[in-house]
Design a protein around this ligand. Structure first.
Ligand code: SF4
Length: 424
């Protein structure tokens, strides 16, 4: 007689599938299958409910034990003169482990989303910024401006949890707020409900959002803008936004770095930060960068604590050396500057390593199908599903504890990398 699996219910489950890390999901596990029963968005349902194929570690395409795969990975790293550690889609412990290994092997680290996140870094390093948190935005904002990125598509519960939240900490923020969208085709369907008083759209092609932001800044500074429209947005509407912002008690300008479509999106981030800086002379305002998917905020934060720099750090000299251009992983691969790639992906099987002839050690979910057969493949667990962990939210201020839902016994990235380093 076959055994009937018992269903186990988990409440207040943090979700690791985007940078918001919502911590109120309800998930039921039956055997190795997870089902989101409350508060899951489409991304969460896809992530939690994805089927987990049975896979074995492999060396050269041959099934082996974890110990054999670890030994081969250690051998390859030992003989490599310039290993690259990429993807970096992991949790705090995984990031600490890969930094230790990169330091020991004189390797270079680059997160898969460094280019998008780097737009923020360029501005933060060159001019500084004033930013808000998810909690502060929910509790205090009376005007929220969505700048040129499809926040609802990329973070499906942002409006539900932050903009339309039923309660806030302060009575005075319970008055309806104004939501402004800058850009055409942004999903506005979630900008509704009792807390949302007014929705304003400044429609312009997404690649021209920087022009509109530049004109807004110019008018706020009292400078002239020629013509009666900018990228199709009437100048009167831009001046109306300037007044809405200066009349607000606390405005927040929200964007997702990877969702910006302008050629030089750091200039858009610059304009956002300049508008915020100007507003703070007379009222309160802040920027809010979302993103942080695939552990990007975690990787940047841990790299910052341990090396003093964001990702794109090389330990080739024996000390951390930050260079966002020289240490870019695709550039190093294209320039034949590395003889080994170690690729870490623990949330999505879609975060495959780049198509390269360089021998690759792949630590990834069992369902991943990489473009080339890796030299070593070790299936790993997903933090928050297969093992406990910590993930840093997109606003960089909260580290959330991820729970072990007992889906599989696949090892964590941290435990595999620690074993590899011990075998060097
Ligand atoms: S919005 Fe993001 S963190 Fe929240 S449930 Fe959806 S995927 Fe998970």
């Amino acid at each position: 007689m076959s055994e009937v699996a018992t269903a186990v219910e988990f409440d207040h489950v943090p979700c690791p599938f985007c940078g918001l890390v919502c911590d109120d999901l309800q998930v039921v596990r039956t055997g190795a299958a997870l089902k989101v029963t409350k508060n899951g968005c489409s991304l969460a349902v896809t992530g939690f409910e994805r089927a987990l194929p049975a896979t074995s570690p492999q060396v050269g395409g041959r099934d082996v034990s974890v110990q054999e795969a670890v030994a081969e990975a250690a051998r390859l790293i030992r003989k490599s003169s310039s290993p690259l550690y990429g993807g970096l889609s992991t949790d705090v412990a995984g990031m600490r482990a890969v930094m230790s290994l990169a330091d020991r092997s004189r390797g270079t680290l680059d997160h898969a989303f460094s280019s998008a996140f780097g737009q923020n870094m360029k501005v933060l390093q060159s001019a500084g910024w004033i930013t808000s948190t998810l909690t502060e935005t929910r509790n205090r904002a009376d005007v929220i401006v969505i700048v040129g990125s499809d926040v609802h598509a990329l973070h499906p519960r942002f409006f539900e949890r932050i903009v339309r939240a039923d309660t806030t900490m302060f009575e005075e923020t319970d008055k309806p707020l104004t939501v402004v969208f800058i850009g055409e085709g942004l999903d506005q369907s979630a900008a509704s409900g009792p807390r949302v008083g007014k929705v304003v759209t400044l429609p312009c092609p997404l690649h021209s959002v920087d022009e509109v932001m530049g004109a807004l800044l110019a008018r706020m500074r009292g400078n002239k803008v020629s013509g009666d429209n900018v990228a199709g947005v009437p100048l009167a509407a831009i001046e109306g936004l300037a007044k809405t912002l200066s009349d607000a008690h606390y405005s927040v300008l929200v964007y997702t770095p990877a969702g910006l479509h302008t050629d030089d999106s750091d200039l858009t981030v610059h304009a956002i930060c300049d508008v915020v800086r100007l507003l703070n002379k007379t009222t309160r305002s802040a920027g809010l960068s979302l993103g942080g998917d695939e552990g990007a905020t975690t990787a940047t934060s841990v790299c910052g604590w341990q090396s003093g720099f964001p990702t794109r750090v090389s330990f080739a000299s024996g000390a951390p050396d930050y260079d966002p251009i020289t240490n870019e992983l695709p550039r190093k691969l294209a320039g034949n500057e590395s003889d080994l790639l170690v690729w870490l992906a623990s949330y999505s099987p879609d975060l495959a390593p780049p198509d390269t002839d360089v021998p690759t050690i792949l630590l990834a979910p069992p369902a991943m199908t990489p473009p080339n057969a890796p030299a070593v493949f070790i299936p790993v667990g997903t933090p928050g599903l297969d093992h406990a962990g910590q993930l840093i939210r997109c606003d960089s201020v909260v580290s959330l504890h991820l729970r072990d839902l007992g889906r599989s016994k696949n090892p964590s990235v941290a435990s595999v990398l620690t074993a590899i380093e011990a075998a060097l």
